[in-house]
Structure formats: structure tokens, C-alpha cells
Ligand binder design. Structure first.
Ligand SMILES: [Fe+2]
Length: 315
């Protein structure tokens, strides 16, 4: 059995389409989806419809499905949070039927194939506690790329080597029961196998918003389990039309309604590097500096902070 493992589509239908076609070309018909399907990209409904249309699949929720759930039946006239504009737009542009589908998804899925347990959750923290291991974190990738000393592929390889040596990581792995662990959330494609403990961990990266420094390609991972229980993993990158993403984003309702968020996301899309984390930290500091510490951020604070950040800090 071959599974295509896909996560963090984030409303990027061209990337999802490219990945599904690539998987189909290889005769793969079973899919594992690890959450965050529609917020941040201009094609939320198309992404959900494509996933719904697949027969053989396991699909779980991500943290961003919760953001949509929190908006159900709320008074939209009170929606004034700059940071939440992108969720407001997504909520208004997903059909109720598709929203109900998203909200019917479980947080976890644990199943068995050929006697091997497969565990799915959106974040590794669901399996390994609250430590956000820096060796598969998009912030680490961005900081190292900014230094410009190593090529993106080398940075990922360094991080994998460091993971092998990280005592905290090893300690957390030692507490897991044997099986395959599928997750996403960090937007960095990686995998880890401990043969002696029969543990395998797979993060297929973010199909729709990769932040591992590898530009112009949508990641997914092929998990193969043979009839006699042998497990193999292959990481894939599929070209997708990033220029189309950017040009259609600029014409989209999301770009109009959630302009700051959309522009930061486009910077991430173009560089394949984390920007939102740094921008949110900047907004927090800016709001503090101007004495506007109440949340939600006033739209004016949110937009002014972006203007400064984009001019002086964004690369
Ligand atoms: Fe995500």
C-alpha cells in the first residue's frame, strides 16, 4: 500500500492539484491529510472540494479549522481584528456544506495497516509534548537562510543531523510506542526513523505554503507499507505555478479584505521562508511601543506596523 501524505494546503489549490496529479501518476490512490486546509490562500472551497472528492483517505483537523469553528454564528459586525481578517474572509467564502465537513473532522486518527499502527495529528506536540523541536521548525530554517552561509538543502540536512543528536528529541521519541507518526504544522518537510524502536515520523511539509527554503515546489511524502510490513518513505517536491498563485492572490477578495496578511503570505510563498512569525512579533512590539496593547489589534495599528516592517525589516 502506498499512501500520499499531505498537510497544510492553506487554500493553495494550484499546489494541491499538482500534488494530487503527481500522486495519481504514480498509481497512488490512498491519501493521509494532516490538517490546515483553507485559511491564507485564495481557493479555500476548491481545496476542500478536492479533498472531499477522494475516496480512500484519512483526514484530520488542524489548528486553523478551529479558527473557523470559533466564528460560527457570531455577529460579523464585531469582526474588527486585523490579524483575524484572513479567517473572516475564509469563513465568508467557504460554503456551509464545506465548513460542516471541516468541522466534522477528528483531531486525531489512529488506525492500523498490516499490523502497523499509524497515528495522525496536526502537530508533533500532540505526540511528543509541548517542546517545539527547533530542528524541524520554520523559524530555525529562516534564521539560518538569512545568514546566507549554507544552501537551503544543506540547512535542512544540518537540521536533520542535529535532530539525530538532540538528547531532548531522543528522550521524547523513547517515550513513544512503536508505529508511524504523521503530522504537519511546522511547514518543514522532514522524516525520522528509529529502526531499533520501530518508530517512524513523517512531516510531509506544507503542500500549499512550504517554509523550508526550497522554492517553487509543493512537498508531499509517499509512505509505502508492503504486505510483509516493510516501511519506506520518499519525500517528493512537485513544481506548481507560483506566479499564478501570486497574480491570482492579488486579484482575490482575500487580498482586498485581508491585505496585510495576504502580503506577508505572498512573501512567504515567494521565498519559501517564514515571515509571519517575525511580523507578528514585530506587531506585538509596535503595539506596545505606541501604547495600544489591547487585543484584537486595531486595524490601524495592524496596518501601520506592516508598513514599517515591510519597509525596514522584511527581506
Ligand atoms: Fe499550517
Amino acid at each position: 500500500m502506498k499512501y500520499a501524505v499531505i498537510s497544510d494546503v492553506h487554500g493553495n489549490y494550484p499546489a494541491l492539484k499538482a500534488v494530487l496529479e503527481d500522486a495519481k501518476k504514480q498509481g497512488i490512490s490512498a491519501f493521509l491529510f494532516a490538517g490546515d486546509y483553507c485559511i491564507s490562500g485564495p481557493w479555500p472551497d476548491e481545496c476542500i472540494a478536492a479533498i472531499k472528492g477522494i475516496d480512500d483517505k484519512h483526514v484530520i483537523r488542524g489548528n486553523e479549522e478551529k479558527y473557523l469553528e470559533n466564528l460560527i454564528d457570531k455577529d460579523q459586525s464585531t469582526w474588527t481584528d486585523g490579524q483575524m481578517q484572513v479567517s473572516y474572509w475564509c469563513y465568508r467564502n467557504v460554503s456551509r456544506e464545506n465548513l460542516d465537513y471541516l468541522l466534522s473532522l477528528p483531531h486525531r486518527d489512529d488506525f492500523e495497516y498490516k499490523g502497523i499502527k499509524i497515528h495522525m495529528a496536526h502537530s508533533s506536540m500532540d505526540f511528543m509534548g509541548s517542546h517545539p523541536f527547533y530542528t524541524w521548525n520554520s523559524v530555525t530554517v529562516a534564521e539560518r537562510n538569512r545568514k546566507g552561509e549554507r544552501a537551503p538543502e544543506q540547512i535542512l540536512s544540518d537540521m536533520a543531523d542535529e535532530r539525530e543528536r538532540d538528547p531532548e528529541f531522543k528522550e521524547a521519541v523513547a517515550k513513544l510506542e512503536k508505529g508511524i507518526y504523521i503530522f504537519g504544522h511546522s511547514h518543514v518537510q522532514c522524516n525520522y526513523t528509529d529502526k531499533s524502536k520501530e518508530i517512524c515520523m513523517i512531516n510531509p511539509g506544507a503542500c500549499g505554503l512550504p517554509l523550508d527554503g526550497l522554492k517553487n515546489s509543493a512537498p508531499y511524502t509517499v509512505l509505502e507499507i508492503t504486505d510483509d510490513g516493510q516501511v519506506s518513505i520518499e519525500e517528493k517536491r512537485v513544481p506548481f505555478d507560483k506566479d499564478k498563485y501570486v497574480s491570482e492572490m492579488k486579484l482575490s477578495g482575500q487580498y482586498l479584505e485581508a491585505n496585510v496578511w495576504s502580503r506577508v503570505i505572498m512573501q512567504e510563498q515567494i521565498t519559501a521562508l517564514e515571515h509571519m512569525y517575525f511580523f507578528l512579533a514585530f506587531v506585538g512590539q509596535y503595539a506596545k511601543d505606541i501604547g495600544d496593547e489591547r487585543r484584537p489589534y486595531a486595524l490601524d495599528t495592524w496596518e501601520k506596523a506592516y508598513e514599517i516592517w515591510n519597509r525596514e525589516y522584511a527581506k
